[in-house]
Ligand binder design. Structure first.
Ligand code: ZN
Length: 425
């Protein structure tokens, strides 16, 4: 499947309107945008560095499965596990301390992760940002730690700490790129992007927003560049003003790339927008942007389908429509489109898988009160992250990671095989 258009797709207009930011509806609607190139299934294989070439498709929010030298590291809730790739085996925490309950920070397999459900594997160690300020007796340090965890669970240390909590981050070639939000003297949110070597050292600011009420909602590496997007308002507004009509605010959205080799920061022309439609999701993978649209007035985009478009990041060329899919297409890999759908009563979510001919080849329904995100991995596996609300009053959630065999998707017999489950405390 190349970048050529498909019949049934209208051309996007060149009309350059402001566009609304994609919204993340809390943890209920995880807008998974984990997209491989539609042209080629590049697999980095064992030991590939995360963020580039690795078979996993890092997206702005998630990177919960990363390849190791012989198997897979899984980040489920706050627990790091290892799975050897054998479907007869479960994953197990990387901690090998006897009698450890793996439920506290002194366990090497436990890290309290932040907003980004991400982890990276570099030279035998796993790196991930922790969520809570570390000023406790375990570490004695202040700030938000980038944990360096030996993949064999033998050690856990802090590579460095940042003063603010990074919301989004990625790792590329031994450098971590991260974004956080601070307030200026007037109480305005200021987003900025920074970089720092994994080994610690000088923190360098790469970018700072010019918008009001800014949010950075994607930061990832792709094709040798660090890609990120911001949304915000280009004029000063008082969000507490009761006369403010929120729907009338024009939200500006911009995208940028930072070339890791040259240090050049560039603004990326965003894709053409179709009249009165708004982009619901995008991802950048192997230098290609992917996105869909839905009607601006539509409040529940997951109920309707949409066209899936692709455009190369570094070219002026036309965007191409990859097809039109009735349920909400959330994830794409080199052969399949993964779509989230809901039952008529909206109570249950399922997964439908299509091929690029537009034919539905596989579907299943999750339990009630369960949400999922999917990472199409290599030729063999697709991984799912499930969150099941088990106690509505207490808001208790069971987290699990499951795997699907890719060749069984093709013949319609794939089943979710659980690898790791983390019960609520
Ligand atoms: Zn442990």
């Amino acid at each position: 499947m190349g970048m050529q258009g498909r019949s049934g797709c209208g051309n996007p207009s060149a009309h350059q309107t402001r566009r609304l930011a994609p919204v993340r509806f809390g943890w209920m609607l995880a807008v998974v945008v984990c997209l491989c190139s539609a042209c080629a299934c590049k697999t980095g294989g064992a030991g590939a560095q995360s963020g580039e070439a690795a078979f996993t498709c890092e997206n702005g929010y998630d990177n919960f499965v990363v390849p190791g030298d012989d198997g897979y590291y899984l980040l489920c809730q706050n627990l790091i596990s290892y799975w050897d790739g054998n479907l007869e085996h479960q994953a197990s925490p990387i901690c090998n301390r006897p009698h450890c309950a793996h439920d506290a920070l002194d366990c090497p397999a436990v890290v309290y992760v932040g907003i980004a459900n991400k982890m990276f594997y570099v030279d035998g160690s796993l790196y991930l940002f922790g969520m809570f300020p570390e000023s406790d007796s375990v570490t004695g340090s202040n700030g938000y730690p980038l944990w360096k965890v030996a993949a064999d669970g033998s050690t856990k240390e802090i590579a460095f700490s940042t003063k603010e909590m990074p919301c989004q981050y990625t790792i590329f070639q031994d450098v971590v790129y991260y974004e956080f939000r601070t307030e200026d003297e007037e109480g305005k949110n200021v987003c900025s992007v920074w970089k720092q070597p994994l080994s610690g050292g000088e923190e360098e600011k790469l970018w700072e927003t010019q918008l009001q009420e800014c949010g950075v909602h994607r930061l990832q590496s792709s094709g040798g560049v660090i890609y990120f997007e911001e949304s915000g308002i280009d004029r000063k507004v008082d969000l507490k003003d009761p006369s403010l009509v929120f729907e009338e605010l024009e939200v500006e959205e911009n995208a940028y790339t930072y070339d890791a080799a040259t240090g050049k920061l560039e603004s990326v022309p965003l894709v053409d927008e179709k009249e009165n439609k708004r982009i619901v999701m995008r991802n950048v993978y192997q230098g290609v942007q992917y996105y869909s649209y839905y009607q601006k007035e539509e409040e529940q985009p997951w109920k309707s389908g949409g066209e899936l478009w692709a455009k190369e990041l570094d070219e002026e060329g036309e965007a191409a429509c990859l097809g039109s899919y009735m349920p909400y297409a959330s994830t794409v890999d080199c052969a399949y489109i993964y779509a989230e759908w809901r039952t008529e009563d909206q109570k249950r979510i399922g997964l439908k898988v299509y091929d690029f001919a537009g034919d539905e080849i596989f579907e299943f329904l999750l339990d009630e009160d369960t949400w999922s995100e999917w990472i199409p991995a290599n030729e063999q596996y697709v991984f799912g992250y499930l969150e099941k609300l088990v106690d509505k009053e207490q808001g208790q959630v069971v987290h699990s990671i499951v795997v699907l065999q890719r060749d069984k998707i093709a013949d319609g017999t794939a089943q979710m095989i659980p690898l790791v489950t983390v019960e609520p405390n």
